[in-house]
Design a binder for this molecule. Structure first.
Ligand code: NAP
Length: 260
């Protein structure tokens, strides 16, 4: 028996990259998964990909995390189809790079509205249902950036991810009486289509900075999220798991031994 057997799980931002990895692992562990994001074609591609990997079907739903109404529709769809929501994995996020001296209030708002306010909106929408059930597992994709490290061009992004880690600590206390846990995963550098656009020089430089010698995969994040979403993690709340191949450990790059 798998620990996510028959759990109803929404994965937001699951049409590609890390969210797709989370949805794939959740499905493989027996959850009934609803994948959501803004683009229908990518969602259909993601659904096919999960079927190829697991021989399991997932549901798709178009949702924009910055739009409260859209999130409500996703929740309504899930409740009408399954009658409960056991797991919310909020992974939707954007990371456009803009130097601070060029950053406009609009740049700032777009990133904060998506990554941080979107997290609040999706969590808030699930709370009444999870409270009634007296059960819930919420897992948010944060980042090492902003929480453990800085990254030029990503001041708005760093603030949004540090905000997520702050948010879950208080949310965890308020949700605990209802047997709802909320935790986050902090990925390091995970090889997704979006990260690939940063180019091979960036990727090679990151690899040199990672003690385990390679970038992570979306599935690496999926396994950590699956643990936090499981019954076995019932006593873990308000916490964050770093999944970064050891990238945030060395005090300097001289401390990283060369791989044989
Ligand atoms: P990605 O490949 O660009 O995927 C982002 C996902 O979020 C897509 O499914 C996208 O679908 C969805 N999304 C974006 N804006 C949305 C919105 N307003 N409403 C609903 N869905 C939205 O990115 P990724 O690299 O997998 O990153 C996923 C998450 O991990 C992000 O939160 C990111 O900050 C975090 N992270 C990534 C890394 C990394 O190395 N890749 C490291 C640390 C943290 P649509 O565009 O079709 O809506």
């Amino acid at each position: 028996m798998s620990s996510l057997q028959n759990k109803i799980a929404i994965v937001l931002g699951a049409s590609k990259g890390i969210g797709l990895g989370i949805a794939q692992i959740f499905a493989a562990k027996g959850a009934k998964v609803i994948i959501a994001s803004r683009d229908n074609d990518s969602l259909e591609k993601a659904k096919k990909y999960i079927f190829q990997k697991t021989a399991l079907q997932v549901d798709t739903f178009l949702a924009d995390i910055t739009d409260e109404e859209s999130i409500k529709n996703l929740i309504e769809f899930t409740m009408n189809k399954f009658g409960r929501i056991d797991i919310l994995a909020q992974n939707a996020g954007i990371f456009p790079s803009t130097p601070l001296f060029e950053m406009t209030p609009q740049d700032w708002d777009l990133v904060l509205d998506t990554n941080l306010k979107g997290t609040f909106l999706s969590v808030a929408a699930c709370i009444p249902i999870m409270r009634k059930q007296n059960y819930g597992r919420i897992v948010v994709t944060s980042s090492i950036t902003g929480v453990r490290t800085g990254n030029p061009g990503l001041a708005h992004y760093a603030a949004s991810k540090a905000g997520i880690n702050g948010f879950i600590k208080t949310a965890a206390i308020e949700l605990a009486p209802y047997n709802i846990t909320i935790n986050s995963v902090e990925p390091g550098n995970i090889l997704t289509e979006s990260l690939n656009t940063l180019g091979s020089d960036y990727i090679k430089a990151q690899e040199r900075a990672i003690p385990l010698g390679c970038l992570g995969t979306p599935e690496d994040i999926g396994y950590a999220a699956a643990y936090l979403a499981s019954d076995e993690a019932r006593y873990v709340t308000g916490q964050s798991i770093v999944v970064d191949g050891g990238q945030t450990l060395p005090e300097s790059h001289y401390d990283i031994p060369h791989r044989q």
